[in-house]
Structures are given as structure tokens and as C-alpha cells.
Design a protein around this ligand. Structure first.
Ligand code: MSP
Length: 521
């Protein structure tokens, strides 16, 4: 990333979710990842805007409404509500939940359209070609995969249909060179690197003009001055990022502070829309493109693609109920490098919860606080002279802030957690080696110094773990006697104040046992 100081504001977004179906693990993943980033930036003193919401128009949603026997309005109200509950269920803290059926959004989409028309970026024509309703994507024949029965499918596996209808087109072909220049001048625009290369290759291959309206159904934002057309659902959906930032009110504080967005986090399947169509549309409309698009990978379940027909779709509400919120958040962010594909299994989930949360972190807190109860009159002890071993651990912990900041700037949540756990493991090795329970009998001053060092390290680790495991981190900070208004990253250097009374500890991260044991192996 460039080295210039970052402005204190930060705008990040999840994709907005299609309301054709109820939320699953994949949706929870993007939301949790963005929430960890948002919480991190807030605790780091930045003015954060974090948005999510639902993508409610288009043929796919219209068809699902028919299948449910509801009109699209009633149907989308119902399913959108499920996504709103998901936000709560995974402990996410967005500043806005946007629905594309809202009036503010219609205004914004139509305004973008008008600007494109004014700049001669849109013209009327006829689309004849393939369309995948499931992907809501136009596809060139060369992108299709022929099936044994001679029919075609999209690379995603989605069925395609032949469409021939009047349509407006966006002059995307004009934007090939400007886009390539944009990527070259903004090396951080697409992450991870592998996706960036993929996008550049795609654009180098040439761009066709893009069909941006449909006439064969009505469920969408009408084209201004031509209501027989509805605006293509991706033009509509992508514009949500602007709407939520106050567009078209470009004088508003929100818009001025938060646009362009700092990062759109998306799944790898929708990179082309975000990293090709979206910046092209914005450049064409005279609006600044976002700073970055980061694509994460996909989850399989016990090695298989998650699908309704297989019956292995993981319900995030059930998951949280079964394993706990922190446990699910931690697993999703730690198990897989952000950007790679991952596999969910009960065994892996339980292993992470037990090994990392219950054993490494929870037990350490419990041990330290129990020793403080017994040997320090239940209060933060004074620290005597420190040894090189004490120094080494204290330094590892005090280096966390800078290290985590640079990892989170590039959306490397897994590496941030690894760095945190390196310190936790170092603290476990330190306590085993220093054996304060022995020192309690042989050298009480040294025992207290060791515990004081551990309290400082735990305080830092707990402060920096808040974005990932908010409930557990809060409980630990309570037990460490850290006041609620001193939990920002800027407070991490204070250290525990000697004399602060500490209550007897209670376990924070339960071990998942009995009914789980068979799965964990
Ligand atoms: N509505 C569009 C996005 C419009 S954004 C302007 C859409 N919606 S979606 O509901 O189908 O998908 C939303 C996100 O969920 C995507 O980022 C997608 O990659 C992600 N996932 C869907 N299934 C997934 C997995 N199995 N694993 C991980 N993420 C997955 O696309």
C-alpha cells in the first residue's frame, strides 16, 4: 500500500445480498470479515462507515417471488428481514443497511443513468445473446461450457437462456484503455494479486459494450424517460455503494467524507462486476471510483460445494446457536487466508474453538487471574525489576499495534489473528517457564513481577482481539479491570494500573465437549 498517511475516515462495504433465498454461511462470511475490519478501524480511531444490505431487483428475485406465491414487494420485505437478522446474529455493526427498493436508491440509480446519457455513454439497441438469470450476467458464447447433452451452462454452473430484446447499451468498449491505465496507476485497486492479474487479462482481451436495461420483465428501477425498460440489476446494485454515501447529494457531509469508498469486499465470483463494470461506469459518469476491491474465496462444506440440492447449506443462525458467536467469527477469519477458498467442517470448527480460544487464550487468562487472586491480594501487583525474558514478551505484545494495522490495511485478517496468537502462545510459554506458582513460595516479588508482565500482555491482546471476538474480549477486559472507555487501541499502552482490584475469574471461552467430542476426533 502507499506510504502516505491514511485519512482518518474509512468506508467499507459488503456486497448487497440477493433476496432470492435465505442467508447462508457464504453471506455470513463476508459480513463477519467486513465487521472485523470496521471494528478494527473504529478502535484505531478512524471515522468508519460500514454498509451492507439487500439486492432486491432483477429477474432472479422476481422469479423467486412468483415461486413463493407473493408479489415481489411482499417477498423482498420478508427475505430482506432475514438478512437484517443475520447482521445481528453475527454481531455485525454496520452504519447503514441499504435496500435497493428504497426511494433514496431509485433516485441515485436514475441520476447515474442520466449522467451516462448526458455524456453519450448510453445508446439504444437490441441485445441478442446468452443470459444467466442465476448470475444475472450476460455471457459471450466463448465463456460458456458445453454440457454432454449439447446445452450450455455458465462457468459457474448456472443455466443460461437465449435473450433477444430491446436494450440500452453502455459504451464499455471505450473504457478498455482507461481501465488498464487505472489498474496500472492504482496497483492496490484489486486484491489479492491473483484476482488482479485475472481482471487485467480479461480487460486486455477487449471489452464489448454492455447491455444495461431489460424489457422482458418489470421488477427494477425504470429507465428515466423510457419506462418500458428497467435498469440492469447490476447497474442498480453497484450504485448502492454511492447511495449509502449520500449520492446524488454531492454537497452532503457524508458524501464528501466517505466517497470514494476505501474497500468493497466481495466474493471471487463477482470481481468482474466490481473491478471492471463499476469503475468504468463511474469514470464514464464523472464520479471517482472506489480505492480498492478485495475478493475473498468460497467455502465448501466437508469438501463439497454448498448447494440446496446436496442439502448441505450451512445456516449461519444455527451455527452461532450451536458453537457461539465468537467461536464462529474466529473460525471463519482464522481458518483460511482471506482471499483463498476454505472448507467448513464441524471437526475443524470445534478444533479451532477448543485449541485456540478455550486452551490458548481462555486458559491463560484463567491461570493468570487465579494466580493474582492468590498471590497479589486480588489486585494488579507492582512490577519489580524486569529480566530480558520479561522484556522480550512485553516487546512482542507492544509491537502488535503496528503489525496488525498494516495487516488489516490489506485485509489479512488471518495473518492478524496469527500474529495475536503468536503473542498468546509466547505468553503461555513464558508462564510455563517462569512458573509463578513456584515463585509464590520462593520469591513473591518476582512472582508478582511475572504476573504484572502477563497482565500487561493480556490487556494488549484483549484490546486487539476485540474486532474478532468482541464478546470474549469484552469479558476478559472486564476481568482485567480495564474501564470500558479505555479500550481503544490508543489506550493499549497504558498497562494495568497497580492496585486495581481484580475479581475472581470466570471462564470466558467454554470448551466444546461431550456432544461435540465425537466430531472433533
Ligand atoms: N447481489 C449480488 C451482489 C451485488 S453487490 C453490488 C450477489 N449477491 S449474493 O447474495 O449472491 O452473494 C453475495 C456474496 O456472498 C458474494 O460476495 C458471494 O461471493 C458470497 N458467497 C456466496 N456463496 C459463497 C460461499 N459458498 N462462500 C463464500 N462466499 C460466498 O452476488
Amino acid at each position: 500500500m502507499d506510504a502516505s498517511p491514511k485519512p482518518p475516515r474509512f468506508y467499507l462495504t459488503t456486497p448487497i445480498y440477493y433476496v432470492n433465498d435465505v442467508p447462508h454461511l457464504g453471506h455470513a462470511y463476508t459480513t463477519v470479515a467486513c465487521d472485523a475490519l470496521a471494528r478494527f478501524m473504529r478502535l484505531d480511531g478512524r471515522d468508519v462507515r460500514f454498509t451492507t444490505g439487500t439486492d432486491e431487483h432483477g429477474q432472479k428475485v422476481a422469479k423467486s417471488a412468483v415461486a413463493a406465491g407473493l408479489d415481489p414487494g411482499a417477498f423482498t420485505d420478508r427475505v430482506s428481514e432475514r438478512f437484517r437478522s443475520l447482521v445481528e446474529a453475527v454481531g455485525a455493526t454496520p452504519n447503514d443497511f441499504i435496500r435497493t427498493t428504497e426511494e433514496r436508491h431509485h433516485r441515485s440509480v436514475q441520476e447515474i443513468w442520466r449522467r451516462l446519457v448526458q455524456r453519450d455513454e448510453i445508446y439504444a439497441g437490441k441485445y441478442e445473446g446468452w443470459y444467466s438469470v442465476r448470475d444475472e450476467a450476460y455471457l459471450a458464447e466463448s465463456e460458456l461450457i458445453r454440457q454432454p447433452d449439447g446445452s450450455f451452462r455458465a462457468a459457474s454452473g448456472a443455466p443460461v437462456e437465449w435473450v433477444a430484446e430491446s436494450s440500452y447499451f453502455f459504451r464499455l468498449s471505450r473504457w478498455q484503455e482507461p481501465l488498464l491505465r487505472w489498474y496500472a496507476e492504482h496497483p492496490d485497486f484489486i486484491g489479492p494479486e491473483s484476482r488482479r492479474n485475472e481482471v487485467v487479462r480479461f480487460v486486455e482481451g477487449g471489452l464489448d459494450d454492455l447491455s444495461v436495461s431489460r424489457t422482458s420483465f418489470r421488477w427494477g428501477v425504470p429507465v428515466p424517460d423510457d419506462p418500458d425498460h428497467v435498469i440492469y440489476v447490476w447497474v442498480d446494485a453497484l450504485t448502492n455503494y454511492l447511495t449509502s454515501a449520500g449520492f446524488p447529494d454531492e454537497e452532503s457531509d457524508t458524501y464528501n467524507q466517505f466517497w470514494p469508498a476505501d474497500v468493497h469486499v466481495v466474493g471471487k465470483d463477482i470481481v468482474r462486476f466490481h473491478a471492471v463494470y463499476w469503475p468504468a461506469m463511474l469514470l464514464a459518469a464523472g464520479v471517482a471510483p472506489p480505492r480498492r476491491v478485495f475478493a475473498h474465496g468460497w467455502w465448501t462444506v466437508e469438501g463439497q460445494k454448498m448447494s440446496k440440492s446436496v442439502g448441505n447449506v450451512v445456516d449461519p443462525f444455527e451455527l452461532v446457536k450451536e458453537y457461539g458467536l465468537d467461536q464462529v467469527r474466529y473460525f471463519l477469519l482464522r481458518e483460511v487466508p482471506f482471499g483463498n477458498d476454505g472448507d467448513y467442517s464441524r471437526a475443524a470448527m470445534i478444533h479451532r474453538a477448543n485449541a485456540d480460544l478455550a486452551n490458548d487464550f481462555g486458559n491463560l487468562v484463567q491461570r493468570v487471574l487465579t494466580l493474582v487472586q492468590r498471590n497479589c491480594e486480588a489486585a494488579v501487583p507492582e512490577r519489580g525489576p524486569v529480566t530480558p525474558e520479561d522484556e522480550a514478551l512485553l516487546q512482542a505484545a507492544s509491537g502488535l499495534g503496528a503489525e496488525l494495522r498494516s495487516l488489516m490495511e490489506t485485509q489479512q485478517m488471518h495473518a492478524a489473528l496469527r500474529a495475536l496468537w503468536d503473542v498468546i502462545r509466547a505468553a503461555n510459554a513464558y508462564i510455563d517457564h517462569a512458573a509463578p506458582w513456584v515463585l509464590a513460595r520462593t520469591d513473591l516479588d518476582r512472582c508478582r513481577t511475572v504476573l504484572s508482565v502477563l497482565l500487561e500482555v493480556l490487556q494488549r491482546v484483549a484490546i486487539f482481539s476485540q474486532p474478532f471476538v468482541p464478546a470474549g474480549a469484552a469479558a476478559i477486559l472486564d476481568q482485567l479491570g480495564v474501564p470500558a472507555d479505555q479500550r481503544q487501541f490508543g489506550d493499549a499502552g497504558r498497562g494495568p494500573a497497580p492496585g486495581t482490584p481484580l475479581a475472581a475469574p470466570s471462564p470466558v471461552f467454554p470448551r466444546l465437549t461431550s456432544k461435540f467430542e465425537a466430531d472433533a476426533g
